[in-house]
Design a protein around this ligand. Structure first.
Ligand code: 5AD
Ligand code: SF4
Length: 478
């Protein structure tokens, strides 16, 4: 309790700035790397800093405070942060010449994983703040202004963070993310998440519902529920109800009752936690979109075991069959790793065979990246880089062909499109299909924020093009 209280300047009094910066407009530049949860967290950090007088800027040169919200999942993602810090060092120095101070904060999973090493490697950093300590940012900024050396906060207590962050939420457009669960207890042997994000923690259904209602009141029509292991979410039922603990299926049905909320999505799910309740909800709750990101990582049982995935290829394929039986049009998405230690050509062919059997609408695939501190990093039989490169190219060719085939299968179909924004050219609008594809079409800007029916006419490499059904009627070509 007392710790949470330290951050209450930002949390409870959004219109009072007790801080000495009151009135003096400051600017914060937040750069986000990695997953959607970081996007959500960056937005929350922005909301926390606004009452302290920080307005957002897209130019680091103008920023009094720069926050890099980082990702540690693969080596490349982590290294990008250090090259960005090199650039920021120059910006900080040139601002100092004109008498302006710049505070630099590293947030997110690199902060959690590397802690004090960050300051040692990049002394330009003033603040290192792990994902569970964002609510302490205001206090850390003040402390960093007073002391030399980096201020470090990487404590784990997710619920303290959620309790202390500002409650008010407005959406920025018709779609929004909402974090319902953080952390992971699965300990896949390649993955840093259980170390950087900590143990699985679920938010209570009442807190989630309140946040969802606020988003909908501000114009949000689609909410994507986020969690590292989102389908491991569980909570006591809403206050006053005496049911057993709820799972994600019940939560989705509950949120679906909110008037004005049209679409619900969730990500990322683990095959082990796909329970009957959630599969049934996918089948009969119309607000749940027919799209499921369900990573399998590999198709060889030997590799799945070495990855500690706790399921076989067969288990995954049967699960997909059950999901498709409940929701035949579901679009599937997955994550894949090639070149995990010990992966032979035959193991890789098992991955290719699984992909052919399942057929994905979209997918993310990566070369295995050796992460310090994970069991995989210490395994012998690491796979050579050129073999990883070849395997990734073959896998991506197959996945891309499946994606294009799925996109083309929609030509001629009429789909509800949530119109999110103006298109690139005058008179164009863009939105998303139920299957999460971008759809571009001619149409008036007044449709932004609502759902419009469009007939799909063509595909481009990364999107669909459509024609509004009303426009078709107007032209008499329907
Ligand atoms: N190397 C390569 N890919 C990884 N992922 C997680 N850890 C690693 C790693 N060490 C991938 C997994 C996961 C996705 C978010 O990132 O496929 O599902
Ligand atoms: Fe990482 Fe595995 Fe947890 Fe996903 S389930 S976050 S891959 S440890």
């Amino acid at each position: 309790m007392s710790k949470a209280g330290e951050a209450e300047i930002g949390a409870n009094s959004p219109h009072e700035t007790h801080d000495h910066t009151a009135g003096a407009e400051k600017r914060v530049f937040i750069k986000t790397y990695g997953c959607q949860m970081n996007v959500y967290d960056s937005e929350r950090m922005g909301a926390l800093l606004a009452p302290l007088g920080y307005a957002a800027t897209s130019q680091p040169e103008d920023a009094d405070l720069v926050i890099l919200n980082t990702c540690h999942i693969r080596e490349k993602a982590a290294e990008k942060v250090y090259s960005e810090l090199g650039r920021l060092k120059n910006i900080k120095a040139s601002r100092a010449q004109t008498g302006k101070q710049t505070q630099i904060a590293v947030a997110g999973c690199v902060a959690q994983a590397e802690g004090p090493e960050i300051h040692a490697r990049a002394p330009v950093v003033d603040i290192v703040v792990g994902p569970q300590a964002y609510h302490r940012l205001p206090e850390m900024i003040a402390r960093a202004a007073r002391q030399r050396g980096a201020v470090l906060e990487t404590d784990f207590d997710v619920n303290e963070k959620f309790d202390a962050l500002p409650k008010a939420r407005t959406g920025d457009g018709p779609t929004a993310f909402l974090t319902i669960q953080e952390g992971c207890d699965k300990f896949c042997t390649f993955c840093v998440v259980p170390y950087t994000r900590g143990a699985e923690v679920s938010r209570h259904v009442d807190a989630i519902t309140a946040e969802a209602r606020m988003l909908v009141a501000s114009g949000v029509r689609e909410i994507t529920l986020l969690g590292q292991n989102v389908n491991a979410w569980t909570s006591a039922p809403p206050a006053g109800e005496h049911a057993e603990a709820w799972g994600l299926g019940e939560l989705c049905r509950h949120l679906a009752k909110i008037d004005g909320l049209e679409r619900i999505r969730f990500t990322t799910s683990h095959p082990r936690d796909m329970d009957e309740g959630l599969i049934a909800a996918l089948g009969d709750e119309p607000k749940l979109m027919p799209y499921l990101h369900l990573p399998v990582q590999a198709g060889s049982d030997k590799i799945l075991k070495a990855m500690n995935r706790d399921h076989t290829a067969e288990h995954y394929i049967r699960l997909i069959e059950r999901i498709r039986a409940a929701r035949p049009d579901i679009a599937l998405s997955g994550d894949f790793i090639v070149g995990f230690p010990g992966e032979t050509d035959a193991d890789f062919e098992d991955t290719m065979a699984l992909v052919r059997e399942v057929s994905y609408a979209s997918a993310f695939s990566f070369k295995y990246s050796r992460r310090p501190g994970t069991p995989g990093a210490a395994m012998r039989a690491q796979v050579a880089e050129d073999i990883k490169t070849d395997r990734l190219a073959r896998l991506q060719t197959l996945l891309e062909a499946q994606k294009q085939a799925f996109n083309r299968s929609l030509i001629g179909k009429t789909l509800p499109i949530l119109i999110e924004r103006a298109g690139r050219n005058e008179g164009q609008i863009a939105g998303r299909s139920p299957y999460l594809q971008s759809v571009h079409m001619d149409g008036p800007a007044r449709l932004i924020g609502g759902i419009a029916q469009a007939t799909i006419r063509d595909v481009t490499p990364n999107a669909l093009t459509g024609v509004l059904v009303d426009a078709l009627h107007e032209k008499g070509t329907a």
